[in-house]
Design a protein. Structure first.
Length: 89
């Protein structure tokens, strides 16, 4: 299962709090053209897996869930924006 670092949880929490998607929303990761896309979502997409960890929610489409099962989601803040990274466990 995808592991979410403390930094990523803090970043997701801050992004959700600053958005208008509501407290049940989360970060959605989906596979698109051999890459991963990230978006805010109020709810999971059709067939998405849901990870609830440390007060945040991450939605994964089925392809992303399979490909990221052994990865770590991390985040790095740079001033007014955040970069997410996916690293091997």
């Amino acid at each position: 299962m995808l592991v979410i670092t403390d930094e990523a949880r803090d970043a997701i929490r801050a992004i959700i709090e600053d958005s208008e998607i509501g407290p049940a929303g989360g970060l959605r990761i989906f596979s698109s053209d051999d890459a991963f896309e990230f978006e805010l979502a109020a709810e999971p997409g059709e067939g998405d897996g849901v990870i609830r960890e440390g007060g945040v929610v991450v939605f994964l489409d089925s392809a992303a869930a399979e490909l990221l099962a052994d990865k770590i989601l991390d985040a790095h803040s740079h001033g007014d924006h955040v970069h997410f990274s996916l690293d091997a466990q």
